[in-house]
Ligand binder design. Structure first.
Ligand code: IVH
Length: 665
């Protein structure tokens, strides 16, 4: 970007950040997450660093803290409320530790969870709760005593008559937040903030807030020597402490604490957004002191952002194996939740129109766990002038066939069965892990094979020769041999893997298994081939297919249509001709106590979950991923979290491994 463009962008960013900060700090109704504001700020800092002469005193980068809303009485804090410096990587954490050690020598570190709520300071006089303040700008807070007094776990009187200033986090549990979803808060943190700032304490009382204390302020008591000692002492006084903290010898030793809670945060009843590290020894804390903004003795490690902003550089259409034409945003690459994202699904035409996503737009994207990243919203203020709405194409970008949109469906489809896009995805699916599982055949290899015309259908994989493979870019003897070996190994596979691999619409792994079991019952042979499948399937009526347990009209119809297509019949015959042999699924030993029942498995168990799942399914049970009203049994190992809570709430029967074993007898 040249200077002029940068200046324009800086102006836009400043306006946007100020607006978002106002929503967040003053109105308590932020519609975007903190990570989004962080990411905008980061872009602004980068531009201002490049052009320092463009920095103005009113830039959001030039100010710490926030404005008060003016609805509550402002009260001066007894001691200044600091915020924490953030670190985003292990390297930065170790740098911090090095700086600490330079001043106070080797030291113990206490690791605490970074609770994602609202910072509140409590004052006790002679053991009585007299005041509760928000952080405000760090010097002055707002008096919210009336709503904090309604929080059940905040003691109105301590067990000892001490004078004490103590800070902690006020939180709304995920469960309570879910219950108030129609109030329109973006997350539990905002909902907690909104609740605390309620002028009517009755509303606050009805919303089940909790508070956990973590920081000592002014006091007349004789204090323990360490932060961990303080936390224990808080508890002795009757103050709530979130007791998942741990004391480590070094920052390095605390890395596993980060990893542990990053993976287990889902199971916690409250949101956390990172880990706080503090020097445990209070005397050393004092020696280290504070910078202008934050203590030197503590630092916050923030979990990687799950939401961030980037720019849509283009929109492409991806054709799936069933012909679905999915629009995809080609993004300026950006780091989200620990990985670089350069594409996000836009779902379908309606979704693009609803969110009015255009090429050139700055957008908020989000990624949760393993799911495909998606665009949450467009930041309209950052839209380039002259932008036009996106025009969804009329034809398939790969084969030019006119796209169809079946009535009542949101997706457009390419109806051409020979569309190269559909074929490519079909090939990738055929060799995927739960289908034929030929992992040496990656997408790049498949693309080359298609380009050279070595495969026109999936049966051609089985007649590939060494000479052909050696023509592929970067192929040497060893690589070619590995692929030939892997294919050879899969010349014998299970009927359900083959059926799943064929990519019949609505036939997922589970349905493929049911269909294989059904065909097995009708088969005359125990050594089936793809030809057996062909023969058995072609004589099935739609009604017979509909009667298979777990099938409905939709699935049965799809299977019925599929096998009527001559191209598919030829394919099965060809797969038999190239020598593919199959095995039937293991016969079910249906158990009365298990058949037809729905199970959910959670927690740490003595065997892999997949094995337990297989056992239950073999006995006729069904295993689902989440607890609902229709769950019959929850199989719970140790450290079971939210699923266990939910099961208790629904009154679902809970089994430990022993009880499950008894049920299986
Ligand atoms: S200590 C002098 N400990 O994070 C240090 N803060 O980014 C004062 N927070 O304003 C804070 N969990 O609202 C501390 N275990 C914890 C915390 C924690 C969450 C919040 C707190 C603070 C912010 C700083």
């Amino acid at each position: 970007m040249n200077r002029e463009d940068s200046q324009h962008r800086i102006e836009q960013l400043k306006k946007e950040i100020l607006q978002r900060n106002y929503e967040y700090f003053v109105l308590d109704e932020s519609k975007v997450s903190e990570a989004v504001r962080d990411s905008l700020k980061k872009e602004l800092i980068a531009l201002e660093t490049e052009y320092p002469q463009l920095v103005t005193p009113d830039s959001p980068t030039q100010r710490v803290g926030s404005v008060l809303s003016g609805r509550f009485d402002k009260v001066k804090h007894k001691s200044r409320k600091w915020s924490l410096a953030d670190v985003f990587s292990m390297e930065e954490l170790q740098d911090w530790e090095e700086r600490v050690e330079k001043t106070v020598g080797k030291t113990e570190i206490i690791s605490e969870l970074k609770l994602d709520g609202l910072n509140i300071t409590l004052w006790y006089e002679k053991g009585q709760l007299v005041r509760a303040l928000t952080r405000g700008d760090g010097n002055e807070g707002e008096d919210v005593t009336h709503s904090i007094r309604t929080i059940q776990n905040v003691p109105l009187a301590l067990f000892e008559p001490v004078d004490l200033e103590v800070a902690g986090e006020v939180l709304l549990s995920k469960k309570s937040f879910e219950k108030m979803h129609e109030e329109g808060f973006a997350n539990a943190r905002n909902a907690a903030a909104g609740t605390v700032r309620q002028l009517d304490p009755a509303v606050a009382a009805g919303r089940a807030l909790s508070m956990y204390c973590y920081q000592i302020g002014e006091t007349n008591a004789v204090l323990p020597k360490t932060q961990s000692g303080i936390l224990d002492w808080f508890q002795k006084l009757g103050l709530p402490v979130f007791n998942k903290y741990a004391v480590h010898d070094s920052a390095e030793a605390s890395i596993h604490y980060i990893e542990k809670w990053h993976t287990q945060r889902e199971a916690l009843p409250f949101e956390i957004d990172g880990v706080v590290f503090k020097v445990n020894d209070l005397e050393k804390q004092e020696t280290l002191g504070f910078t202008a903004k934050a203590p030197r003795f503590a630092v916050a490690y923030k979990f990687p952002a799950e939401q961030t902003t980037t720019v849509v550089e283009g929109i492409t259409i991806q054709i799936g194996r069933t012909g679905a034409a999915t629009p995809v945003a080609e993004l300026r690459p950006v780091l989200v939740a620990g990985s670089t994202v350069s594409r996000a699904t836009l779902h379908n035409k309606d979704e693009i129109e609803r969110k009015d996503i255009r090429i050139g737009d700055t957008v908020i994207i989000q990624k949760a766990g393993d799911v495909i990243p998606e665009v949450v919203e467009v930041l309209q203020n950052l839209r380039p002038s002259h932008s036009t709405p996106y025009a969804f194409p009329k034809n398939c970008p790969l084969c030019e066939t006119t796209l169809e949109r079946p009535k009542g469906e949101a997706v457009h489809r390419c109806p051409n069965l020979n569309c190269p896009g559909r074929q490519r995805e079909g090939f990738i699916h055929f060799v995927s892990r739960h289908a034929l599982d030929i992992d040496t055949l990656g997408e790049k290899v498949i693309d080359s094979l298609l380009e050279l015309g070595f495969v026109t259908d999936v049966a051609d994989f089985f007649t590939l020769t060494r000479e052909q493979l050696l023509e592929l870019p970067f192929f040497k003897d060893k690589k070619a041999q590995n692929i030939l070996d892997a294919i050879q190994q899969r010349r014998s596979t299970s009927a359900e893997r083959l059926i799943f691999g064929l990519g019949i619409r609505f036939v997922g792994e589970q349905v493929a298994k049911l269909l294989a079991e059904f065909l097995h019952e009708r088969a005359q042979t125990e050594t089936p081939t793809p030809q057996t499948i062909l023969e058995l399937l072609t004589v099935c009526t739609k009604e017979e297919l509909e009667k298979i347990e777990g099938f409905g009209e939709r699935i049965a119809g799809s299977v019925f249509e599929w096998i009527r297509n001559p191209a598919h019949q030829t394919l099965l015959q060809k797969l038999a001709d190239v020598g593919l042999t199959l095995t039937w699924p293991e016969a079910k030993k249906v158990l009365a106590g298990i058949a037809g029942k729905t199970f959910v498995i959670t927690g740490t168990l003595s065997r892999p979950r997949e094995d337990i799942k297989a056992d239950i399914e073999k006995a006729g049970g069904h295993v689902s991923g989440s607890v609902s009203k229709s769950t019959d049994y929850l199989v719970a190992g140790s450290d079971a979290g939210s699923k266990l809570e939910k099961a208790k709430e629904f009154g679902t029967q809970i089994l430990d491994e022993e009880a499950l074993k008894n049920l299986m007898l």
